[in-house]
Design a protein around this ligand. Sequence first.
Ligand SMILES: [Zn+2]
Length: 194
Amino acid sequence: MSLHVAPEVGQPDLAAAELAAGQFLRALGISTESESLRDTPRRMAKAYAELFSPRPFDLTTFPNDEGYDELVLARSIPLRSVCEHHLLPFVGVAHVGYLPGSRILGLSKLARVVEHFACRPQVQERLTKQVADWLHAQLQPKGVGVVIAAEHTCMTLRGVQAVGSSTVTSTLLGTLRSDARSRQEFFALTGINP
Ligand SMILES: [Zn+2]
């Protein structure tokens, strides 16, 4: 079984974004006259468009013929997203696991699911829950666990300037939520001590 997963955002209007980026910079007192800054508004528009454009992918699932019923965990999936409050990046890792039901999926797809929800203006709490809820709905596993640890540049580069601090969020569903032993096993494998 295969499901095509496409971005939920429309095509960006790069020309309008470039114009707005130029106005934004000038409003901040930054001149775009010099040779090195002349193309900055265009580059800004392109960079943000890229951050908000997840690659489409096919979610292929396979029957769990062997009846595998232990935890499947993809650890330290690189994560980059953009905080929707400041439009500054947050960067970290996601650990995504599930307890298979009647179907399993290709391991690389867990990373693509993370990317799908990360490539949009986000808050980390919602991102964590969206990845878990989506896998739960699509795969109908016995349980799902998602842990995200990320550094928010809106916290570390400005504001409180909490350099090096990382924010950890988790969502557990199904058996991973209800069964203490599964929960402990999941957190132990992710290296997180709740
Ligand atoms: Zn922020």
